[in-house]
Design a protein around this ligand. Sequence first.
Ligand code: SAJ
Length: 418
Amino acid sequence: MKKVTVLGMGYIGFPTGLLLADAGFEVYGFDIDKKRITILKNGKLPFEEHGLKELFQKVKSKKSFSPVKKIEPADVFIIAVPTPLSKDNKADLSYIFSALEKIKTVFQDGNLIILESTVGPLDCDKKIIPRIAKFGKKFHFAHVPEKAIPGNTLYEMVQNDRVIGGLTKKALESASKVYSSFVKGQLIFTTPKIAAVSKIMENAFRDVNIALANEFTKVAEELGFDVWEAIKIANYHPRVNIHQPGPGVGGHCIPIDPWFLVGESTRTKLIPLARSINDGMSDYICNKINNLIKKYKIENAVIGILGYAYKKNVGDFRQTPAENLVKLLEDKYKIMINDPFVTTSSREMIDLEKVLNKTDVIILVTDHDIYQQINFSRYHNIKLVFDSRNLFNKNNFKKSKIKLYKLGGSKCEDFDSD
Ligand code: SAJ
């Protein structure tokens, strides 16, 4: 096993290909998006990640990674393509199927196919493996769900434990040779079905726990206590780890993968409820903003949104809660958005100083570290700051007349006399 072709040069496939190329494999990176391959051939990165540029340089000098517009025969094919949510709450497998069609044209007896894309619990057994069997060749198959967090992808790809769901003992052995070349965490062996389900469970766990934190937030506002302080104190308990409330849940996994269980099982109750609680946070915040603007009689309010990415310190805005909130607010208010990390959105990103100078109300959506430095007392135009992530404190407001409202706080804070 020397040659690996990775299908899908996105957030997962590209870094995985580079790590394998660095570990001694001869790697070919294929994508149906020819523009992306041209970018890679020109030595440019399609997106930023810690250490990605350096690793790309390194494998270029080793000549072990080649971006290709035509599928390359290999010993191992790794599929890392998107699996969007279909209308019936299942994983849309069409990108996987078209990747398999490409693989079929060069597939040889004994080749290994590894699926990294997230799929539903029954998809490997019922839909994907039967398609590969129809190639009419001897094949090996493993499902190794992607496990990497945007912003820290390379680190997690190397350090995290990896679950290998092999169809046969031979598939487990071969796939473990691939991953042990760069993974420092444990390799955990199981079936494709358990590999798929465990990945969905991880994301459902996060979603349900974030929903609980968001529910506590609404209770806090109703009963008049500070949810952030209450959570901090509850988390001193050795077996309690309440998550952080916020404007909702974004990203390419947590808001989507839990649905793959809902779509295949008739027994889920908590998972869809958690989804609706988290999705409902933008509505909840929008109502709060409307009420605060009315209460403080802010006429013709212009709203500044700080943060458009789905989480702190990254430029990734897939499924970002900021978009839902902006959509709800933009009918009524003029909106100006700042996010220094976001470069490719169709929404216009405006310079931070300009947003702070031209708006009446600020909503902090994403808690990028740089926002912590803002000294709001310099901007006399701002009347209200709504902090949905508990980022700001009185140091950001020294002697200013601005009201600070924290999501999950019991009241507006004033800093006139500080
Ligand atoms: N969030 C909260 N409160 C919290 C934690 C997160 O509101 O307490 C929000 C974030 O702001 C963000 C969203 O949830 O909008 C998700 O962010 P995240 O950092 O928790 O996760 P992702 O989507 O970037 O990556 C997840 C991770 N999965 C788990 O934690 C189970 C990552 O480890 C996976 O590799 C990735 O999904 C994936 O590929 O599944």
